[in-house]
Unconditional design. Structure first.
Length: 256
């Protein structure tokens, strides 16, 4: 949140996922998900589009896509998304929010990666077919389906380890992780968390920047949020509006 107390904002970014996890009852161990035949598979002969290797610039920062060594790993924070600005991903594929896919800033498109949620131990292979997330400190944007399978859907973000496995076949459909399988329905309620602040006056300044924002004190922090909203699609629309308003770290979380 530019123009505000930098150290306070940095604290909010670092602590937001932890605050949400505390709200939701902490980390819960879960099964290791595996994708069998018909799921995202590594291609024997890569067919990359050369256009996907061109450097590109977003928000003043230039990214250089390349092919990592097989088995390359990185760790960081993953978030999730359920809408595209259009209907297609950066690779030209139709975006399926309930498919097992993800966005990465530099991996070749399309690729297969193994994602492990370090907060609960769940592991899943997903198809990387999009670019993003363009938020400092985040390494991957998961589709809604992948987020549900990995247990990231409710918390909004999670610490993950990503392992690059190799190229994917082009334009191959990915299986969907259904809402019924995840125990989620259209009647679920969500908030859009805009930030978490240690100082109340900083939270109030953030609240003043967007209509209908609220403040709730949780775990010693002042959480600024919108909602609650009924259904993930409605909440996601408000999150996108918040991002457009300058709240680039806005995330979804289950309402209490």
């Amino acid at each position: 949140m530019s123009g505000r107390n930098g150290s306070d904002i940095a604290l909010a970014v670092r602590l937001s996922p932890l605050v949400l996890l505390a709200i939701l009852g902490g980390c819960v161990s879960g099964p290791r998900y595996s994708v069998g035949p018909g799921g995202p598979q590594v291609a024997s002969s890569p067919q990359y589009n050369s256009g996907n290797f061109r450097p590109y610039t977003v928000r003043g920062k230039t990214y250089y896509p390349d092919i990592p060594d097989k088995g390359y790993t990185e760790t960081g924070v993953a978030s999730w998304y359920a809408e595209e600005s259009g209907t297609r991903t950066a690779d030209g594929e139709v975006f399926n929010p309930d498919g097992l896919s993800a966005a990465h800033k530099t991996f070749p498109l399309p690729s297969i990666v193994e994602v492990t949620n370090l907060d609960n131990g769940r592991t899943l292979q997903v198809r990387v077919n999009d670019r993003g997330p363009f938020v400092d400190g985040r390494v991957m944007d998961l589709s809604r389906g992948a987020a549900k399978a990995l247990g990231v859907y409710a918390s909004g973000t999670a610490r993950v380890r990503i392992k690059w496995l190799g190229p994917a076949d082009r334009m191959t459909a990915t299986p969907a992780y259904t809402a019924s399988a995840a125990g989620e329905g259209d009647d679920a309620r969500y908030i859009v968390q805009l930030g978490a602040f240690s100082q109340k006056d900083n939270a109030e300044r953030a609240q003043d920047r967007i209509d209908a924002a609220r403040i709730d004190k949780r775990g010693g922090l002042y959480v600024v949020y919108l909602g609650p909203f009924k259904g993930a699609s409605v909440a996601e629309g408000h999150r996108q509006a918040a991002i457009d308003a300058g709240f680039r770290d806005a995330i979804l979380a289950h309402a209490d």
